[in-house]
Design a binder for this molecule. Structure first.
Ligand code: ATP
Length: 621
């Protein structure tokens, strides 16, 4: 593992050596990733960029010999010999008419425009492929990371990486390609310059290198700004996501201002950082331009006075110099921009690495698992969450019999959901055995086992979109209306869905915000029923329902069990589970009581009876 995403924080900004190592590794990784679309595409993109640079203003250059001739002898304008010899660079003898030259000029402009269009589309494709590949592999990494790892990480970080920082990755790729283009262009111009005057060109090159060294503090500043920018964007995203996620609570408690102040404070700091950087950067560009102007004056003086070069040679050197100088300036800008965006690359790369390092191997190579025959057994199972002092489950022995209803009850934090996570294969026991039909599942079977499960949690997660979209998400069914209505019927949701303005096709807002809590739960239940599971897990899935609706759901659950489905119900309320075949009462991660509903109610000193009384449920005399 190459480190956590947190390692990209400002505390590391001063670590020069590690930064330069990171810098090189990052560049190599970006290059490798750019080439992942195919080496041919990569080299073509570079070729197009260099060609684009070389042909910049080529149409104007085509007119130069013509203008030179016109100035020297205007009467020869009807037919012009394009052969020239300027400062050591010669064009061969070639005669053309004036209209011919002008048509060529327009033709060149057309070709250049077409080429630029093609080049832009090609580059855009390459860069999209580049950033999309990272986006998809991060997405995939999240989907295949071990569940216990996911529960420990702030998911807003992944969301931010996938939706915000990823855009900066594209910029990293583009900057790196542009840097290579600038270096190649500088190389070409230096080569041409050597043909005109080796001493002067060597001098220019030396001057460029000195200027690059001089600009080092400005590049360091860019790297620092990049880190600050990344931190600030991440904090902004977290604040917005907290605010949006808890908007109702914030509005109801009048605490929008607290979010507003935090957010505006972040924006002010962000602006201050940007302003400091822009000032510094503008000063750097100014100094660089002054250096170029001073250097040009010095070169002209040295060419004429010390080296006594003729005017034509000096003119060529000047033209070359004037093309190299902006390249140097551009190079400096590109490197700075790359340094600003590089933290985004490192952030995403580290995040993906750390997710991949905790990959749940069972997610790959899914092997089909037969339906349960006997059931699931937990034998002396303990489970401790990482970092927790006390285990969530302590030496649990219990059985979930096939085609029966098993219920877990107990106070909050007693370990009920942890058992559900174990039997659905999301986590593995720290100690003890978890046996499916008498044997442990092989890692590659867990995926196949999950395909047989329908799980409704207390959060009843819905997506945006319509009722139909939510029902068919996570099922292998098409949009066969009859099965959808049938599932809704089983979840006692027909009445309210029929009353929605567009029935099944009514949009229910982000995460079903336009429905009541109980309606959301019923859609989630219908979605689970639609899956035709072999193993149905309801974890507080009816907590928001009134007793009458709950009773109808209980009847559905009993019908499911009668038709061969194994059911695990988790509830706080004893009334929701009294119909279960077996009930396990948990407390502090241990089974404190076990038996059938009727049987437990007769134990007047038992935990289950105690819970029923506290819930004010009518108990038999
Ligand atoms: N991701 C986690 N990281 C650390 N500890 C956890 C995590 N999830 C649960 N726990 C702890 O494990 C214990 C059992 O939690 P669990 O969610 O299984 O209880 P529960 O009986 O389902 O509670 P509730 O009825 O409130 O949902 C609790 O003490 C809880 O704090």
């Amino acid at each position: 593992m190459s480190g956590s995403p947190d390692q990209a924080g400002p505390s590391h900004v001063d670590a020069n050596s590690s930064r330069s190592v990171h810098f090189k590794t990052d560049l190599l990784q970006i290059l490798r990733e750019l080439r992942a679309s195919g080496s041919r595409k990569f080299w073509l993109a570079l070729g197009f960029l260099v060609l684009g640079g070389l042909t910049e203003g080529i149409s104007i250059l085509a007119l130069l010999p013509l203008l030179q001739r016109l100035v020297q002898s205007p009467e020869d304008a009807a037919e012009v010999n394009l052969g020239v010899d300027v400062g050591g660079l010669s064009f061969p003898d070639f005669t053309m008419t004036l209209p011919g030259i002008l048509i060529c000029f327009v033709g060149l402009v057309v070709m250049q425009t077409l080429f630029n269009r093609f080049k832009s589309v090609f580059l855009s494709d390459l860069l999209y492929d580049f950033s999309n590949r990272r986006r998809l592999s991060l997405f995939k990494a999240l989907g295949s990371t071990r569940w216990d790892r996911i529960t420990r990480m702030p998911l807003s970080r992944v969301e931010h990486a996938l939706t915000g920082e990823i855009e900066r990755i594209s910029l990293c790729g583009f900057c790196l390609l542009s840097i290579i283009q600038s270096l190649v262009m500088i190389g070409i111009y230096v080569g041409l310059g050597f043909a005109a005057s080796p001493q002067m060109t060597a001098g220019m090159l030396l001057f460029g290198i000195l200027a690059a060294v001089f600009m080092r503090p400005f590049r360091k500043r860019a790297a620092l700004f990049g880190q600050l920018l990344q931190e600030s964007r991440s904090s902004q995203f977290r604040t917005v996501s907290d605010f949006v996620g808890g908007l109702k609570g914030a509005r109801a408690t009048n605490s929008e201002d607290a979010y507003y102040f935090t957010f505006s404070d972040l924006l002010v700091r962000n602006k201050a950082d940007a302003r400091t950087y822009v000032r510094y950067e503008a000063m750097g560009s100014g100094i660089f331009q002054l250096m170029v102007a001073g250097g040009a004056a010095f070169f002209i003086y040295a060419s004429f006075i010390w080296l006594e070069l003729d005017f034509a040679r000096v003119a060529v050197l000047l033209v070359i110099g004037l093309r190299i100088a902006p390249r140097f300036l551009g190079l400096q800008g590109q490197v700075q921009q790359l340094l600003i965006d590089l933290p985004a690359w490192r952030y995403i790369y580290n995040l993906e690495q750390s997710l991949t390092a905790d990959r749940d191997d069972s997610i790959r190579n899914g092997v089909n698992v037969p339906p349960l025959k006997d059931g699931i057994k937990l034998r002396g199972v303990s489970y401790g969450y990482e970092g927790s002092k006390t285990p969530a489950l302590n030496d649990i022995t219990m059985q979930i019999r096939a085609r029966r209803i098993t219920a877990l009850i107990g106070p909050s934090g007693s370990g009920k959901s942890t058992i559900a996570d174990l039997v659905t294969g999301l986590i593995r026991p720290s100690q003890g055995d978890l046996l499916f039909d008498g044997r442990k599942l092989l890692p590659e079977e867990i995926n196949g086992w999950r395909a047989r499960i329908a799980y409704v949690s207390q959060d009843s997660f819905l997506t945006g979109g319509s009722v139909r979209d939510n029902l068919i998400a996570m099922t292998n069914f098409g949009s066969d209306d009859r099965s959808l209505w049938n599932a809704l019927e089983q979840a006692d949701a027909v009445d309210f869905v029929s009353a929605l303005p567009h029935g099944l096709d009514t949009l229910i807002g982000d995460r079903g915000v336009q429905l009541s809590g109980g309606q959301r739960q019923r859609i989630a239940l219908a979605r689970a029923f639609l899956r035709s599971p072999d193993f149905l897990v309801l974890d507080e899935a009816t907590s928001a329902l009134d007793w009458r609706t709950q009773e109808r759901i209980s009847q559905t659950v009993c019908r499911f069990a009668a038709s061969g489905v194994t059911v695990l119900i988790i509830a706080h309320r004893p009334s929701m589970i009294s119909f279960a075949d077996e009930i396990y009462a948990l407390d502090h991660g241990r089974v404190v009581e076990f038996g059938g509903g009727e049987e437990l109610l007769t134990r007047r000193s038992g935990a289950f009876f105690d819970m029923m009384v506290k819930e004010n449920t009518t108990v038999p005399d």
